[in-house]
Design a protein. Structure first.
Lengths: 670, 314
């Protein structure tokens, strides 16, 4: 009994765990059902009210592969030939030998996996040229140039992945999967995407890196105040007519404020022009310091955020929310620095929706832009920072020549050094000179990666960004800067898109027939092995439940080959039961009592079960290692199925028989 | 209810017959394979493929003339299931899916009276095709090696060899069947793509499972019947496991049969391949794997160590 007790507990624990992991999948299904019955405003309300639940369900449910769900699958390679072309020194770019060699290289590398750079060097050599003819400056030797080129090729992919992730996130695809394979290939999976043309454009656009100044705190505060007013009016006084009036007034106000800021820009520009003339191309490194301490600025955004504070200092929180519905969506307690607003992922979605409503759009001045940071991680969860930026970019990333993250040997802190070409350096000196102590955001494709405070005028184009908490953050900064300076040319080498209707048909037919097949098998087992068969069917059901539970816990994706793996593992599960029962029958025929027959049956079948399962485990692991996508999906469900089956067939059915015998129930195996 | 109770079939005594049956099938199959071939799916070949569903029945000849007119001559065009669904395939790749776009444009323009929906677009570049081929071959070879090593360790090298030869046999016979079926019923749309590859992997897994279970019984019986000839012990073992073999294979075959008829387009080539694989896998486990072990022991090992065997016998 004791032996059985631990088995029962273990089984219950596994069932509970599977249930826990499968709950989001179930809840996702229920949400989908609920949503089907709702239309228009009701469905929007439902989504808003259950945002957290929906998010959680989507995040943790079993995902369906593209072959089942429909969507887009794109494989991209870095076009090394194009990159070599882009990297060549401007004066030699049109050199006849180079152009010819590159075009030959392009044809040759179409099908091969050889290192393009090595092939390129060999080809140049055969024509009496070296890398030095086209790359690097005169002081460098060939190995350095080769190393640098290889480095740039290797790092191009990181920037490309970052840009793609950026864009996909902004496009709003649920559960995108973006991964690099072998350090040079990007695989993008976008379930549910049907507008393939749009997405393709999105993927192929070159990355745009911009340096944008943060808007003056007064202007930022005013915009927020206006949005609050519009939204409060919309919520509170939908029926009152003065809403429209206030709205009109607001637009009038806004025109004023935008004028102020544009004149400001103008004056700054003229100041900058003066600087430009004085510019000397001396190479000194000045510091752009990312400020990690709190700024003691009297005009800080936090003060201007709550406009009602001066009139009624003691207002309640409800009152505040009512009057400032927009500000209330941000986490005000968490504001670290001036000009930053912090929001949770759920509130971010709400804010994005609000910012798109016509009323709100009407009060946002044309020269102002709201931009989010990339996802930030803290102990309490992920969050986003919103910045209010001047829309016009001061400088684009094209002027960046190089960026490198390392640890500053003197201070032992991570830093990123960035160098610009002479044209960019002049501009940069003017911008930094005119905006000392202001913050300049580094924005890649609309996402703010950092917003350091400008410590002083930077001449010569060599800047240093410090204040990153760790070297990983610094490396990310390096990737972002590189992605903006030299976008990696990508070429699509594989693309598949499956319309959702094909997916729907196939999943319905597949699932229905699988269930039908399982029922047939179950019926056979019950008829052939009677009570024993019924118990094996119960075990089989638990087995399938476990497999899905394991899949959910691993966040695995179910695909057609995955279903094939599942079928094989179910076949093996049936086989395991058949093996055991045939052995038990043999023992019963030789005249042994039921209890002994069961014991011996399990014991004798064990070696066969272990050997056949382990052989499959080996196959599964090897297929997972060497196979590509679909094969891996097959191997994974097969492996899950085998492990779960070893447990259900050997442990669960056995203790059920034991308990039944103890209770004096009559067993039979047909 | 009992199936195959106390059977006593002399499987191994007839192994020469079974060998010849297998060899004949493989030879016919391979001949068909080389003459007719199994069409490679674009997964392995590279190219562009579109699956389009029209609102009304479509005339293939008209479709072809539209494609020819727009510069896609020699395109493969066939219907899928009904006359409303069409599969278009060309070895052309182009950058991204430009080819697919041109094709849909052409249909929109020249078949404007028939509305359609693009169900699926696949474009595979030559590099990926080659890579998938290579990966698939590696995966299969390494898993066969893995099985060989594990079984040598758990049984004896001869048994491992028998099991792996039986697996190769299954792969070849299944390929043969697909080639033959493809030659007779080209409408089935059988082609070697990733799904079919998954089916091959499944059948390898299934067949080795079958073989291992028979070997396990042989391993057990050799200890029980030490004085009997290996052939007799094997016959006993195959007979003892026969009902299990038939029941398991039967139930799995049943499942696959349901999938083949009702599982829809996506699962068809899988279930066909696996279905054939179940039959040959069961056959090879019963008739081929053990026979090879016996023949290997009788001929090869004896040849090399005939002196030793004689001294032991005497």
């Amino acid at each position: 009994m004791k032996k059985n007790l631990s088995r029962i507990i273990l089984t219950l624990v596994f069932i509970a765990l599977s249930g826990y992991f499968l709950y989001p999948t179930l809840s996702d299904y229920m949400i989908g059902k609920d949503l089907k019955n709702l239309t228009g405003k009701d469905s929007l309300d439902y989504v808003t009210n259950n945002a957290e639940k929906i998010r959680n369900a989507i995040d943790k449910r079993i995902k369906l592969g593209l072959d089942l769900k429909g969507g887009m699958y794109v494989v991209m390679d870095v076009d090394v030939v194009k990159l070599l072309e882009d990297l060549a020194n401007p004066r030699t770019k049109n050199d006849e030998v180079l152009v010819k060699t590159l075009s030959e290289l392009n044809d040759q590398t179409q099908n091969s996996d050889e290192s393009v750079l090595q092939l390129f060097i060999a080809k140049l050599k055969s024509q009496g040229k070296t890398l030095l003819n086209y790359y690097g400056d005169s002081r460098q030797d060939e190995t350095t140039v080769e190393k640098e080129l290889q480095d740039k090729i290797d790092k191009a992919i990181e920037g490309a992945v970052r840009t793609i992730r950026n864009r996909i996130d902004q496009y709003g695809v649920a559960e995108p999967q973006i991964q690099t394979v072998g350090g040079k290939r990007i695989i993008v999976e976008l379930p549910g995407v049907s507008n393939t043309e749009e997405v393709r454009k999105l993927l192929k656009q070159t990355a745009i890196l911009q340096f944008q100044l943060l808007a003056d705190p007064e202007i930022g505060g005013k915009v927020i105040k206006d949005i609050n007013r519009v939204l409060a009016a919309k919520q509170g006084n939908l029926d009152s007519t003065d809403f429209l009036d206030t709205n009109k007034n607001k637009i009038g106000d806004l025109k004023d404020s935008s004028n102020i800021s544009s004149t400001k820009t103008d004056s700054r520009k003229s100041a900058g022009d003066k600087d430009k003339n004085k510019q000397s191309p001396k190479k000194d490194t000045t510091k752009v310091k990312k400020d990690t301490t709190k700024l003691k600025d009297t005009n800080s955004l936090k003060d201007t955020l709550s406009p009602e504070q001066d009139t009624s200092a003691e207002q309640s929180y409800e009152e505040f929310v009512k009057k400032n519905p927009f500000t209330a969506l941000f986490d005000l307690g968490a504001i670290q620095q001036a000009g930053e607003l912090i929001a949770t992922p759920i509130n971010k979605e709400k804010i994005d929706r609000l910012l798109k409503t016509p009323e709100v759009l009407a009060v946002i001045p044309g020269n102002i832009q709201f931009a989010w940071s990339q996802e930030q991680k803290a102990k309490e969860g992920t969050y986003y920072i919103m910045y209010i930026l001047k829309k016009e970019a001061e400088l684009t990333g094209k002027v960046i020549e190089n960026a490198r993250a390392d640890i500053d040997p003197t201070s032992n802190r991570p830093r990123v050094t960035m160098s610009m070409n002479s044209e960019g350096a002049n501009e940069w000196a003017r911008i930094t000179g005119a905006n000392i102590n202001k913050r300049c955001a580094i924005v890649l494709d609309g996402v703010v990666y950092s917003a350091p405070v400008i410590n002083g005028k930077i001449t010569g184009g060599n800047s240093e960004i410090t204040g990153m908490p760790n070297i990983q953050e610094a490396k990310l900064m390096e990737i972002v800067l590189r992605a903006g300076s030299l976008p990696a040319p990508l070429k699509v080498i594989e693309e598949r898109s499956i319309g959702p209707s094909l997916g729907e048909d196939s999943i319905r037919a597949g699932i229905n027939s699988s269930i039908a097949a399982l029922i047939l098998v179950a019926l056979f087992m019950i008829i052939y092995y009677r009570l024993g068969g019924s118990i094996s069917v119960l075990a089989l059901m638990i087995n399938v439940f476990f497999v899905f539970g394991i899949m959910a816990s691993f966040k695995a994706t179910l695909t057609v080959p995955g279903i094939a793996g599942l079928i094989l593992s179910i076949g093996m599960a049936v086989d395991t039961n058949v093996l055991i029962y045939e052995r038990i029958r043999e023992e019963l025929v030789s005249g042994k009592p039921m209890k002994t027959a069961i014991e011996i049956g399990y014991k004798k079948a064990f070696s066969a079960i272990i050997d056949s399962h382990l052989t499959s485990v080996i196959t599964g692991i090897i297929l997972y290692q060497f196979g590509s996508g679909p094969i891996q999906g097959f191997a994974l469900t097969l492996l899950f199925g085998i492990f779960s089956n070893l447990f259900t067939a050997i442990v669960i059915t056995h203790f059920i028989f034991d308990i039944m015998l103890e209770k004096g129930m009559k067993l039979n195996f047909g | 209810m009992r199936l195959f109770e106390n059977t006593n079939i002399n499987f191994l005594g007839n192994r020469k017959k079974f060998y010849s049956v297998s060899i004949v099938i493989i030879i016919i199959g391979l001949a068909t394979l080389f003459l007719k071939g199994i069409p490679l799916g674009i997964d392995f070949l590279g190219g562009t493929e579109l699956q389009i569903k029209f609102n009304e029945d479509i005339d293939i000849a008209q479709m072809r003339s539209v494609m020819d007119k727009n510069g896609f001559s020699g395109m493969e065009i066939k219907t899928l299931g009904s006359m409303k669904e069409v599969l278009l395939r060309t070895p052309l790749q182009g950058e991204g899916t430009t080819i697919a776009e041109k094709i849909t444009e052409a249909i929109k323009k020249d078949l404007s009276n028939n509305n359609f929906e693009v169900l699926r677009v696949d474009k595979v570049g030559p590099k990926i095709g080659a890579e998938l081929r290579r990966n698939a071959i590696f995966a299969v070879i390494f898993s066969l090696l893995g099985i060989l090593v594990y079984l040598s360790f758990r049984f004896q090298f001869v048994y491992a060899l028998g099991a792996v030869i039986a697996l190769l046999h299954d792969v070849l016979v299944t390929l043969a069947f697909i080639a033959i079926f493809n030659a007779i019923f080209p409408n089935l749309g059988l082609e070697f793509n990733q799904t079919m590859l998954a089916a091959f992997l499944t059948l390898i897994g299934f067949s080795v499972n079958d073989t291992v279970i028979i070997f396990d019984r042989i391993r057990e019986n050799i200890k029980l019947y030490k004085n009997e000839k290996i052939e007799d012990v094997m016959n006993k073992s195959v007979n003892a496991t026969l009902s299990r073999t038939v029941i398991t294979s039967g139930t799995v075959f049943l499942t696959v049969l349901v999938l083949f008829f009702f599982g829809g387009e996506v699962l068809r080539s899988f279930s066909f391949t696996f279905g054939v694989g179940i039959i040959t896998g069961t056959y090879s486990s019963v008739f081929v794997a053990s026979s090879i072990v016996v023949d290997w022991k009788n001929h090869v090992i004896k040849k090399f160590s005939s002196e030793k065997v004689k001294t032991v016998r005497s």
